[in-house]
Design a protein around this ligand. Structure first.
Ligand code: ADP
Length: 177
């Protein structure tokens, strides 16, 4: 009788997903996408974009440091930076998927364009979309910064390591202006 022996199976390649964004700062919305992505992929690489034109509140190093703090407990999550073409970076780290979160209709058009363009450039790399969680679908980095700068409580929608730094940074900015 033939029995399946795991030891005879060729080693399956690691399934690596790349989760790109500006993460200025990381929110609980991002965190849930990464954690849910980890149920599908062996490794999720959170990639903080270096070449974003938007003016950021946190430097790239600060954004990386905060994300590393938040995901330190899971060796299957890495936080890196990248610049240049996303699909080139994906290939360089052996990622076969791009992970993205979809909040509302507003995200759809941009995400659809990006996914189609990336598919044209690299048909071997799939974009995988996860629908935003009911608890965090309204959360964006931009809104978090805006509300916090006006004194609103955003402690439930950003990780605590991010919250402390956010409050400190906004207080410093206020002091400077
Ligand atoms: P970008 O820099 O591309 O504007 P972000 O860094 O804010 O975007 O986010 C990166 C990815 O995470 C995008 O796919 C975005 O749609 C997704 N995302 C952001 N916030 C949430 C959220 N609250 N729930 C689910 N996905 C989200």
């Amino acid at each position: 009788m033939l029995t399946a022996s795991p030891s005879l199976r060729p080693e399956a390649p690691l399934r690596i997903a790349l989760y790109p964004g500006s993460f200025d700062p990381l929110t609980r919305g991002h965190v849930t996408i990464v954690q849910r992505g980890r149920r599908i992929f062996d490794e999720v690489v959170v990639a903080v974009a270096r070449n974003v034109s938007k003016k950021s509140l946190f430097t790239i190093d600060e954004r990386v440091e905060m994300a590393r703090d938040v995901f330190a407990h899971d060796s299957g999550i890495r936080v890196e930076t990248f610049d240049g073409l996303l699909v080139d970076y994906a290939r360089s780290i052996g990622a076969t998927a791009l992970l993205r979160g979809l909040r509302a209709v507003a995200d759809f058009e941009y995400e659809n364009q990006m996914a189609s363009m990336n598919h044209m450039l690299a048909p071997d790399i799939e974009t995988v979309f996860l629908m935003a969680d009911a608890n965090t679908f309204f959360v964006s980095s931009r809104l978090v910064k805006e509300v916090a700068s006006l004194g609103g409580d955003v402690s439930t929608v950003v990780p605590s390591a991010v919250h402390d730094r956010l409050i400190a940074r906004l207080a410093k900015q206020k002091g400077e202006s």
